[in-house]
Every structure is written in C-alpha cells, then in structure tokens.
Design a protein around this ligand. Structure first.
Ligand SMILES: Nc1nc2c(ncn2[C@@H]2O[C@H](COP(=O)(O)OP(=O)(O)OP(=O)(O)O)[C@@H](O)[C@H]2O)c(=O)[nH]1
Length: 303
C-alpha cells in the first residue's frame, strides 16, 4: 500500500433527509462495485458506506447516525453521537433535493451543522429536475441559512458535476495514508472471518501437514451488479514449494475441495451466493516479515 507524497485521504460524512439521493450518489462514485453487507452490524462505530480511491486520494464516506431521526427515543444520545462524528470528519456533505422546498428535516440538520467547525459542502442534488434560473434561487435560500464552505449542484442520477464534487471534497482532505486497499469499496468486517474459514478448510484437508505456515489473503470481495452473487478472490500463502503442492493436490483436487467447503460456509455467513476463486502462492518466510503482516490482514485492532 505505498503512496506518494501529496496523497490525500480522509473521512466524509454524508447527511441529508431520506430520499435526497445519498445512495444514488454513493453508488455512482463507488462504481458498479456496490457496497455489500451494508445492513449488517458493523465493527466500526460509524458505518463506512463507500470508499473512493483515485490516483492521489482516498475518500471514505461514512454514515452519521442520529441526524435522520430527530425524534428518536434516544434523541439526546444520538445527537451527541452525530455531533462527535461531525467533529471527527474532514468534511460534511449536506445533500438536499433541488426539487423540494427547505423542510423541517433540513432545518433540523442545518441547526446542528451550524455548531460544527468542520467544512460543510452543500450538495444540491437532482438539478435535472429544475430550471437553471430556479437553481440560483434555491442556492440563495440555503446560503441565507448557513455559511457553507462550498456549494455544488449535481445530478447523482445523471452524473452531472459529480466529478467536480469529488474534486472539491478532495481539496478539503489532509495529506494522509491510503487506509483501505484500492479495490475495497466498503468496510467488511466479515473479511477476516472469510479468510479464517478458508484457512480452516485448508488445514483440515491437508491433515495439518502444514499447520502454522499458512495465511489467507482476501484479494477482492465484490457484489455482482444486479445479482445476489458475491465474488471473492483469495490467495492461500504457504512457505515452501512442497507445501504448495500439498495444498493444490493431484490435478488441483484438494484446492477444489477446500474451495467447495469454504464456499458453503461463506454462503451461510453472507446469506448470498458466493463465487470463490482460490490461488496458492509461495512466500518464503512470510511470518518473519513484520512489514507484510498488515497486507495479510493482521490488524492490531483485531488482536
Ligand atoms: N431526477 C433525479 N432523481 C434522483 C437523483 N438522485 C436520486 N434520485 C432519485 O431519488 C430517489 C431516492 O434516491 P436514494 O438515492 O435512494 O436516496 P437516499 O437519500 O439514499 O434515501 P434514504 O436511503 O431513504 O436515505 C430515487 O428514486 C432516485 O432514483 C437525481 O439526481 N435526479
């Protein structure tokens, strides 16, 4: 996960009333690799909704719990969570619908945003539904309520000005590391469990001939567009050529069996069809190379 000087990264909160187009926007910027598992419990405090990685930046879009439900029973607590989130992110996208008048929900959010020091970018979505003259009026009416750092009109559905919005967001991010691999579009707490399931099958089927010198790297998890199938690619790392032979087995029979068994368990875990591709790679002495541990999915916070 190398990066050059000048790489920018950070967290961005997207806030807006229901139906303003938050999901449409995220799906567009994240590409066809739509975030999976988004309704399952997450290990992170704030749900990562999408990660956009470009050549020189990484934008991590997160949910802000609390702001959508002002009348929630846990109102005060949720407000506190929301306010803390706003403090911690690098920028906030406040998304509104160009085709609707400023409503109670918007005012509630604006009041909360007014107390925040984080740059607030007003995103006026659905501009395809209004005349350009109207748009100027709409922008004015929001500007009267809050001093936004930027105002960017877009059509998330048609894609107009979405690239410009990403450029604007990028400008507000600090220099920082690439937190997620470039192909990872959503935080996936199941990633670790999936690798353990594959490892378990490999160890079991090789009758523990290669007990400790094996690791499993999940290269890619992606949900197929418009389908329930999840594609997973993983590499089994062994230390010696002889071990590679054992894991693969005669004409690949053992690797195939590992894949079949692991797939069944992963399908249960994810509740969807899984297409699992497995590779085997020799990496001598990988266990001794501390610097590579992170790449292999060993994260301090998991142990
Ligand atoms: N015309 C038009 N419709 C849009 C645009 N963006 C989103 N929509 C539509 O608005 C509706 C709501 O969009 P969503 O993306 O589901 O909105 P959301 O903010 O994620 O909604 P919640 O999940 O309820 O918070 C959908 O029917 C979208 O197709 C846009 O730019 N133009």
């Amino acid at each position: 996960m190398g990066q050059n000087d000048g790489f920018r990264s950070g967290f961005i909160s997207i806030i807006g009333r229901p139906n303003v187009g938050k999901s449409t926007f995220l799906n567009r910027v994240v590409g066809q690799k739509i975030a999976i598992m988004s309704d399952k419990p997450q290990t992170t405090r704030n749900k990562v909704q999408g990660v956009v990685t470009t050549g020189d930046s990484q934008m991590i879009f997160i949910d802000t719990p609390g702001v959508h439900k002002p009348k929630h029973k846990l109102g005060d607590f949720m407000m506190k969570v929301a306010k803390n989130t706003l403090k911690e992110v690098d920028a906030v996208l406040f998304m509104v619908n160009a085709d609707e008048r400023i409503g109670k929900g918007d005012r509630f959010i604006i009041e909360m945003l007014a107390e925040s020091k984080t740059p607030i970018i007003l995103v006026i979505n659905k501009i395809d539904l209004v005349h350009p003259d109207e748009l100027i009026e709409i922008i004015g009416s929001y500007k009267d309520l809050l001093a936004f750092a930027e105002v960017v009109p877009i059509s998330a559905l048609q894609g107009n000005n979405v690239d410009r919005l990403l450029d604007v967001v990028k400008a507000y991010l600090p220099e920082g590391p690439q937190y997620y691999p470039a192909d990872q579009v959503t935080d996936h707490p199941e990633r670790f469990i999936i690798s353990e399931l594959i490892r378990e099958k490999a160890l079991h089927l090789t009758r523990e001939e290669i007990p400790h010198s094996i690791a499993v790297v999940i290269e890619r998890i992606a949900k197929r567009e418009g389908e329930e199938t999840v594609d997973i690619q993983a590499t089994i790392i062994v230390e010696r050529d002889s071990q590679k032979g054992i894991v693969i087995g005669k004409r690949g029979a053992l690797l195939k069996e590992i894949g079949t068994r692991a797939r069944k368990d992963i399908e249960m875990l994810l509740g969807s069809k899984v297409y699992l591709e497995l590779w085997v790679k020799v990496q001598k002495d990988w266990r001794n190379r501390q610097s590579q541990l992170r790449e292999y999915g060993f994260r301090e916070d998991e142990y």
